[in-house]
Design a binder for this molecule. Structure first.
Ligand code: NAP
Length: 353
């Protein structure tokens, strides 16, 4: 369990505690001490910081839950895919940045790649067993975040606290800011393209404030299959960790008789340019998605530290995409170089502390 102390990691530990078939064999965090957690779960391998692949080599897991935040999860994603070890992937940034390398590694490893993002878990389940040619398009739902309905002028002076007040999901700080800018949906658009091989012009994003419909697939016969449930990450975590068994969870069942209204609307791409920028990066291909991700990580970190206004996050990403080359990365070293260069370029647009 990589990122064991985070929002996903903590919920995943609860899933493990309630599921007799699952046993924790290794824990990793970035800087939080793991001694208490490791002894409470009788875990032999625990690592704070450092190279995640060393921990994985020592622990020999059957399933890797990658719930690290950001590009730091890349080594673990490629390690699991290369070896055919089942990868339960919450760390979308690694798949976005390393799309081509990850797909090549999965082909060699022939293992399972199970998304933990609720939208992609939903799409995975709607697509399972369907012929690719029967799929018309994918529809990713977005809550719209805390600033849905606001104008650009109203976003000029929003604070970190405002951005962290998500209406439907309780998550770590980086993804919560990404939800407020819609960069999270941009990353998810890029992630969906890598996971399901559907071209960008056939992946739509719609705003759905209550987050009950987690995503849907339209088929060529005119049918649309959707995945519904109250917003609770326990479901996609348990689905990935116990695939294909769907272990029982105690999450509340959807109560349709209590009344349920489902609302959908088009996203506001002018107020939230990071969604359109992600589509542009995806269509450009090569390392452009990695550049988008790196610039966004730099800008979000600066916003969280109070060094960058909210609207400037998108400006930093747009300028970095314009300045960086997007040539494909042939191996991990080239990808690491593209990521580092994008971070350097993005840093030019961010005031120092
Ligand atoms: N939260 C959600 O509901 C949700 C939903 C869908 C997808 N995701 C994705 O899941 C991932 C995790 O999100 P989160 O909300 O759980 O984030 P979070 O609460 O900020 O937790 C991040 C975790 O990663 C660890 N970490 C950070 N840098 C690391 C490094 N270099 N090496 C090892 N571990 C490191 C952190 O350890 P420390 O405690 O030491 O900092 C922490 O355990 C993100 O990619 C996010 O986009 C999250």
């Amino acid at each position: 369990m990589l990122g064991a102390t985070g929002s996903i990691g903590r919920q995943a530990i609860e899933v493990v505690e309630r599921t007799p078939e699952l046993e924790l064999c290794a824990l990793a965090s970035g800087s939080t001490d793991l001694a208490g957690l490791a002894s409470a779960h009788g875990v032999e391998h625990a690592q704070v910081g450092g190279d995640l692949t060393e921990l994985l080599e020592a622990a020999e897991p059957d399933v890797v839950l990658n719930a690290v935040v950001g590009f730091a999860g890349i080594g673990a994603t490629l390690w699991a895919l290369e070896r055919g070890v089942t990868l339960a992937l919450a760390n979308k940034e690694s798949l976005v940045a390393a799309g081509d390398l990850a797909l090549a590694a999965r082909e060699r490893g022939e293992g399972l790649l199970l998304p933990v993002d609720s939208e992609h878990s939903a799409l995975y389940q709607c697509l399972e067993g369907r012929a690719p040619e029967s799929v018309d398009s994918l529809v990713l739902t977005a809550s719209g975040g805390p600033f849905r309905g606001r104008t650009r002028a109203e976003l000029e002076h929003v604070t970190v606290e405002d951005a962290l007040a998500h209406p439907t999901w309780s998550m770590g700080p980086k993804i919560t800011v990404d939800s407020a800018t819609l960069a999270n949906k941009g990353l998810e658009l890029l992630e969906a393209h890598v996971l399901f091989g559907v071209p960008y012009d056939r992946i739509e994003v719609v705003v759905h404030p209550s987050s009950i419909v987690h995503s849907l697939v339209r088929f060529r016969d005119g049918a649309a299959l959707a995945h519904l449930g109250y917003p609770d990450m326990t479901v996609p975590i348990a689905f990935a960790l116990t695939y294909p068994d769907r272990a029982a969870t105690d999450v509340p069942r959807l109560d349709l008789a209590a009344g349920l209204t489902l609302e959908f609307a088009a996203p506001d791409l002018e107020t939230f340019p990071l969604l359109a920028l992600a589509r542009r990066a995806g269509e450009a291909g090569g390392t452009a998605p990695a550049v988008y991700n790196a610039a966004n990580e730099v800008a979000v970190a600066a916003f969280l530290e109070g060094r960058l206004p909210f609207l400037a996050i998108a400006e930093v990403v747009a300028e970095t995409l314009d300045a960086a080359g997007g040539a494909p990365a042939r191996d991990l070293d080239e990808l690491l170089a593209a990521d580092a260069e994008a971070r350097r370029l993005a840093g030019r647009g961010v005031p120092v502390a």
